[in-house]
Design a protein around this ligand. Structure first.
Ligand code: PXL
Length: 282
């Protein structure tokens, strides 16, 4: 059985980070071993003052213990980080815990909608760039792509994204999936570059109204699950784009509060095997 170490936060309400990553990987048949760097009462996108506990020491101790046990992971998946120290620990985790030919998926969680998240600093953005150097696959949104390229966070908003994935690939050395692009009116999707084959492309699906938090985490989790199950990057990106689109349209039809994220739970069976049939994907 494939196993993934997921270094992210645990936001206990609002459907993002480990609270969505763990069920997604489980339903895809992948063992998810969580390494929470912070526990928060909610995510930081709309619930006011958040109760949070920084677990930086816990991450360091866990990496140390897992290494001593000889645990090695087929995938290391990193997301939201609370500090520069935690980003350095994620680099350490990649170096100490990767199995041979492990896939390292770095979601450089820094911001969205043209702005850095409130808890992110310039130093963290720089350190995140260093973490991306360890990755086989990175999954920035347009805001994060701009930051990684040294541009203003809102510089790429509204772009179709073509060529961006290649630009972020470190001269073709790593695969890139840029999320949240709008190649055509009424659609949303991702542009991708596959470092293993040199291929690139765009995957789109219908855009549902609403900018739900946590969809980037859900996307990267589905992508990681697909890669762990041996799918090509193209197939895994397609699966993730169409799953998020289905979750968003289902949620917007039900009209639940946007800050609660997408109601992915009833749709998890779509991720079983080839459950997301081509006919369902449009
Ligand atoms: O979904 C990204 C994310 C992850 N973790 C925390 C967040 C956010 C986005 O707001 O607040 C704590």
């Amino acid at each position: 059985m494939r196993k993934v170490a997921a270094i992210h936060d645990l936001s206990c309400y609002g459907r993002c980070s480990l609270a969505v990553i763990m069920p997604v990987l489980s339903v895809m048949g992948v063992q998810c071993c969580p390494l929470p760097g912070t526990v928060l009462s909610t995510h930081t996108g709309g619930y006011g003052a958040v109760q949070r506990t920084d677990l930086t020491g816990q991450v360091e101790g866990t990496v140390e213990h897992w290494d001593r046990l000889g645990l090695r992971f087929d995938g290391i998946y990193t997301g939201y980080m609370a500090s520069v120290a935690q980003i350095h620990q994620a680099v350490e985790a990649v170096q100490r815990l990767s199995a041979p030919r492990a896939q390292v998926v770095v979601d450089p969680v820094l911001g969205d909608h043209g702005k850095l998240y409130s808890s992110m600093t310039e130093e963290m953005a720089e350190a995140m760039g260093q973490l991306c150097e360890q990755a086989q696959v990175i999954t920035p949104n347009l805001t994060e792509a701009a930051i990684l390229l040294g541009l203003a966070p809102d510089a790429l908003l509204g772009q179709r994204g073509k060529d961006l994935a290649l630009e972020l690939s470190a001269q073709g050395q790593r695969s890139v999936v840029v999320t949240g692009v709008t190649p055509e009116e009424g659609y949303t999707g991702a542009v991708w570059f596959d470092a293993a084959t040199g291929a690139s492309g765009t995957e789109v699906a219908m855009r549902a109204p609403g900018e739900y938090p946590g969809t980037g985490d859900l996307f990267s989790a589905v992508l990681t699950g697909g890669l762990m199950m041996g799918e090509s990057l193209e197939r895994a990106v397609g699966r993730a784009v169409h799953f998020i689109s289905r979750c968003a349209s289902y949620t917007s039809a039900l009209g639940t509060p946007v800050r609660e994220g997408v109601l992915f739970e009833p749709l998890l069976p779509l991720l079983l095997g080839d459950g997301l049939a081509m006919d369902d994907r449009i």
